[in-house]
Design a protein around this ligand. Sequence first.
Ligand SMILES: Cc1cc2nc3c(=O)[nH]c(=O)nc-3n(C[C@H](O)[C@H](O)[C@H](O)COP(=O)(O)OP(=O)(O)OC[C@H]3O[C@@H](n4cnc5c(N)ncnc54)[C@H](O)[C@@H]3O)c2cc1C
Length: 347
Amino acid sequence: MRIVVVGAGMSGLCCARLLAEQGHDIVVVSADAMPRTTSYLAAAVWFPTAVGPAEAVARWSADTFDVLAAEAAAGVPGVMMRETLVLNRDPGTPGEPLPEWSRAVGDVRAARPDELPPGYHHGLRFVVPLVEMPAYLPNLWNEVLASGAQQVVRRLTSLSEVLDLDPELVINAAGMAAGGLVGDDSMFPIRGQIVRVTNPGLDLSVRDEMHPGGRAYVHPRSTDCILGGTLDVGTWDTAPDAAETAAILERCTDIAPQLATCRVIETVVGLRPGRAEVRVELDQDLLPVPVVHNYGHGGAGITVGWGCARDVAAYVRQVEDPSATPGQPSGIGGEDRVLAADARAGT
Ligand SMILES: Cc1cc2nc3c(=O)[nH]c(=O)nc-3n(C[C@H](O)[C@H](O)[C@H](O)COP(=O)(O)OP(=O)(O)OC[C@H]3O[C@@H](n4cnc5c(N)ncnc54)[C@H](O)[C@@H]3O)c2cc1C
């Protein structure tokens, strides 16, 4: 089918990549240069944050974990597996189950006392994918273009404005703008301010969601370190706040004292595309051609990206073959995806 994908962030490009792989003729429509997308600036650590519904998120996250882990093993640019420490401020109840996300991660253990920063007594250790989006997203774009996809730069005010591109199906993955394009007013911004600093030699991600000063997380990357952050529901302002930058530096230094010597490179603000529930849905009524929505990923668009794209691909199959069972896997099962990741890394 000729499929128009609106949006070239993580959500749109994962769909474009999968559907191109499955032989579809893809046109990607996007308004902004890549560095201006939310996906490009994200801390981009695998961790479900501010996203629902829980059951689907667990499945999408687990799928995406597998893809990213395979990509990291295959050497796809920008993906790595990162040792992580989540700090807890209370010991928890004995026998209390581990958080839901831990099922996708597998090996989660209690941190040893010598692994905890001063003043902390409890934490969990595990390994998750961390994605450096300034390397990952351009590589994904190049793969989509190399598959023969066409690129159209256009700012839409309504999804119907792509009909002149002769689509047989449209995918709505326009991030924060996606709801507005289709008359869905249930989206809201979740402002996030993060600080990019020099890396003083850290190789462990650390987070304390309950820090009294606000959420604190430290994500070391290959040449810098992302410190966060804020999660301001309903705030549209994208101007960096200097007082907030100072507060982020202070609380992150509490959980990673080596940051005392770091230098600030820049402060970045983005708007997470908030919605009570991610909308991955086939819509046959909106346009003369079917639409598959894929938006509202909140603080987890990277964490669920490949899993959501897999569901989108299943809906596309359903349109192609209405006798197919809805929600069936779209032919990108674990082994295929590992092979695909190998192919992407040229191995
Ligand atoms: C500070 C911060 C930290 C984050 N950290 C993480 C993290 O650690 N882990 C994680 O999983 N997630 C994280 N997120 C969330 C994640 O970034 C988002 O959920 C994700 O990027 C959403 O991707 P998207 O492709 O839907 O939207 P976007 O990346 O915003 O892409 C939207 C696309 O649609 C296009 N578009 C927009 N409007 C129009 C229009 N009118 N016409 C045509 N095209 C249009 C844009 O040009 C763009 O190509 C973070 C977000 C922020 C702000």
